[in-house]
Design a protein around this ligand. Structure first.
Ligand code: NOJ
Ligand code: NOJ
Ligand code: CA
Ligand code: CA
Length: 714
């Protein structure tokens, strides 16, 4: 019975692809590129555009900036959007099963060659922007970009762009002749330069020493001309630039260096994306080192409305499989701790390497560790992102060695086949896309973990030891009785298993290096929510609720206790509901559904209902002296200001760069065109001291940014 369902699923999926026939609703989750807000069923493939494929030699930079023999890794190599189009059309990407591409920042970059210590450097990576409303000519023009989007969409592949609004390009305050002086253009017209910044487009606070979050936000990241997002022109510029790219059909945005931009500005930015004409999935880069956990990183992921790349996961996987400095027990602990830290664990973007880390594959080592880390990532919670060339076992430590030209497009590597075998399971088995994670068997070398969602299960076994096999006894699972073959077809020495009653797995031996995935899916008889996207929005915005068992007839959606029915239900299918956010009380609330026959679902926790359209306001309070260990926070009468709850107050506020102690400031996303009441409080050592006097008031601008400055009231 069970294995019949299992076979039915994959058979049905391949048949439907071949014949274009439609499937029973439960077997055909949303597989199309139409779902731009939830990526849990996707597999992302990260491409450094210049380093993937050169499909058009006519756009290659000339002269110093170009390395024709691809030996100088700091120069352009010629890769472009046409090259990616070619690799979609020739089946390399679709054959691997990836369903989204994350490409380099597409915008126009500086073209000058910069000498650092006598060595030539270029913008081949795309992070040295000049005009966010033009294309990087070396990648192609707008027609090429549109062609890339259209080709990708025609092959059911989403396109995610990198976007870096933290900075323009390298600049030297004292030397306008250095590089292009950080110049910023608006569709061809010059807005300003770094050393002659009459409009206040940039920060001029020197370079950050990375000592605090504040220092990293308001000072330059290295020598990159740092944008002042408290400037209304910059706020409008970046919002309209993003609209331009989203209007072309972009499906997601990876935001660069989110640790280095004001939290409040980013929250208002993503809320404008979610409330605009083209809402998409967003995720940010907040680098974490080995074994680093960071409360500010967690707070960002839970409160900003933007998701994050899962550096904690990546670093742990690298320690366990690549460097062997930690064990499989440690790995499971990180899976468990991250699941409790991050409210939207299914949206964390997982990876094992990227353009800022040593490549996962170690030169001269066997390939099994790479294959196992890929298996883990493809079957774990979060959205997997695979760095280009990892499937070809490319090696290279550090930047730029980790960004070499794609070495080959071999569809026969074991890693390619692993991705090919597992990527489709993210669509067909909701346990992999949305399920909980539970350890079922563990020692230092072996982890067997289970993903579970409703009546769907996936059981994954990995033995990282290249020499020791392990007898596995006493293994329990949620799989119904039956025999399960390895979804990897023995590619990594996995075996099949037999499950008896109560989920007891017959004893077996997991081979050295053995890796197997066993799974089961069945239709849901009661509704189960897997994900809600976006995770933040204002009344009137539409959210997409993905899951199983919603039934074919519209029922009811709840935001907390506020009911959404009738025209508030935009569409209702067995696996997906689109609903309008009601005028529920602003703040975090649960989302749940009831089928037309009255069966209630689980609750998706912590959906953030905003009061309304957001703008960014800088709150600055002077003369707020504190004792050591006590900080100033902001609290006020709207959910965005913590609704007068000191535990939800905004802060700790900053007091070093833009203004100095005893002044404190913070950039906050607050409802637009709204009369706010607020106070500052001092918090520390478990005590809260409220400001005296009446509440401060301030009416926020209808759009753009604002600043309000007051004195602390004793
Ligand atoms: C992080 C990016 O991933 C890195 O490659 C880049 O150089 C910096 N941010 C600056 O944009
Ligand atoms: C919350 C009240 O509503 C606000 O008006 C007042 O200023 C603070 N508490 C402090 O008492
Ligand atoms: Ca080219
Ligand atoms: Ca910054």
């Amino acid at each position: 019975m069970k294995s019949r369902y299992k076979r039915l699923t994959s058979l049905a999926l391949s048949l439907s692809m071949a014949l274009g026939i439609s499937l029973p609703a439960w077997a055909s989750p949303d597989t199309s590129v139409d779902n731009k807000v939830n990526f849990s069923t996707d597999v992302i493939y990260q491409i450094v555009t210049d380093r993937f494929a050169d499909g058009d030699r006519t756009n290659n930079p000339a002269g110093d900036a170009f390395s024709g023999d691809r030996s100088n890794l700091k120069l352009y190599f010629g890769g472009d959007w046409q090259g990616i189009i070619d690799k979609i059309n020739d089946g390399y990407l679709t054959g691997m099963g990836v369903t989204a591409l994350w490409i380099s920042q597409p915008v126009e970059n500086i073209t000058s060659v910069i000498k650092y210590s006598g060595v030539n450097n270029t913008s081949y990576h795309g992070y040295w922007a000049r005009d966010f409303k033009q294309t990087n000519d070396a990648f192609g023009d707008f027609a090429d970009f549109q062609n890339l989007i259209d080709t990708a969409h025609a092959h059911n592949i989403k396109v995610v762009i990198d976007f870096a609004p933290n900075h323009t390009s390298p600049a030297d305050r004292d030397n306008p002749g250095f590089a292009e002086n950080g110049a910023l253009y608006d569709n061809g017209s010059l807005l300003g330069t770094y050393s002659n910044d009459t409009a206040g487009l940039f920060h001029h606070n020197g370079g950050t020493d990375f000592s605090t979050i504040e220092d990293g936000i308001y000072k330059n990241l290295y020598d990159l001309a740092d944008i002042n997002h408290n400037n209304g022109k910059m706020d409008a510029y970046f919002k309209s630039a993003i609209d331009l790219w989203l209007g072309m059909g972009v499906d997601g945005i990876r935001f660069d260096a989110v640790k280095h931009m004001p939290f409040g500005w980013q929250k208002s930015l993503v809320s404008s994306i979610y409330g605009g004409d083209h809402p998409v999935f967003t995720f940010g880069e907040w680098y974490l080192g080995v074994d680093q956990t960071d409360g500010d990183n967690i707070k960002f992921a839970n409160e900003s409305g933007m998701n994050l790349l899962d550096f904690e996961y990546a670093q742990e996987v690298r320690e366990v499989f690549r460097d062997k400095t930690e064990t499989m027990k440690d790995l499971y602990e990180v899976l468990a701790s991250t699941e409790s830290q991050y409210d939207y664990i299914n949206n964390m973007v997982t990876f094992i390497d990227n353009h800022d880390m040593d490549r996962f594959q170690v030169a001269g080592s066997g390939t099994r560790a790479t294959e196992q880390a890929l298996t883990l990532t493809l079957t774990s919670r979060g959205v997997p992102a695979i760095y280009y060339g990892t499937e070809q076992y490319m090696t290279g430590d550090g930047d730029p060695n980790n960004r070499a030209m794609m070495t080959s497009f071999n569809t026969g590597t074991t890693a390619y086949k692993v991705i090919q075998a597992l990527a489709p399971l993210r669509k067909s088995n909701p346990a992999i896309a949305y399920g909980t994670t539970t350890e079922r068997w563990v020692n230092n070398d072996v982890l067997i973990f289970e993903r579970k969602f409703g009546s769907s299960t996936a059981l994954v076994a990995i033995n990282r030891s290249a020499s020791a096999s392990y007898p596995i006894s006493g293994l329990l699972s949620s799989l119904p009785a039956g025999t399960y073959s390895d979804e990897l077809n023995g590619l990594l020495n996995g075996n099949s298993i037999t499950v008896g009653s109560g989920g007891a797995v017959t004893n077996f031996t997991l081979a050295a290096g053995g890796t197997a995935v066993w799974q089961y899916t069945a239709p849901e008889t009661s509704p189960a929510i897997g994900n809600v996207g976006p995770t933040m929005g204002q009344p009137g915005n539409i959210v997409t609720i993905d899951g199983r068992g919603f039934g074919g007839t519209a029922g009811t959606v709840y935001f907390g206790t506020t009911v959404v029915t009738g025209s508030g239900i935009v569409s209702w299918e067995d696996t997906q509901i689109k609903a309008v956010i009601p005028k529920a009380a602003a703040g975090k609330t649960g989302v749940s559904v009831k089928t037309s026959s009255g069966t209630a679902s689980n609750t998706f926790k912590s959906f953030n209902v905003l009061t309304g359209d957001q703008v960014t306001v800088r709150f600055l309070v002077n003369q707020a002296s504190t004792n050591y260990g006590t900080n100033v926070y902001l609290v006020g009468n709207v959910a965005e200001l913590g609704s007068w709850d000191p535990n939800k107050a905004i802060g700790p506020m900053y007091n070093q760069v833009i203004a100095k102690y005893p002044s404190w400031y913070y950039d906050v996303s607050v409802p637009a065109g709204t009369k706010l009441e607020f106070k500052f409080i001092k918090k520390g050592g478990g005590t809260v001291t409220w400001e005296g006097g009446g509440n401060h008031t301030y009416t926020t601008p209808a759009s753009g940014v604002g600043t309000v400055t007051v004195d602390w009231q004793n």
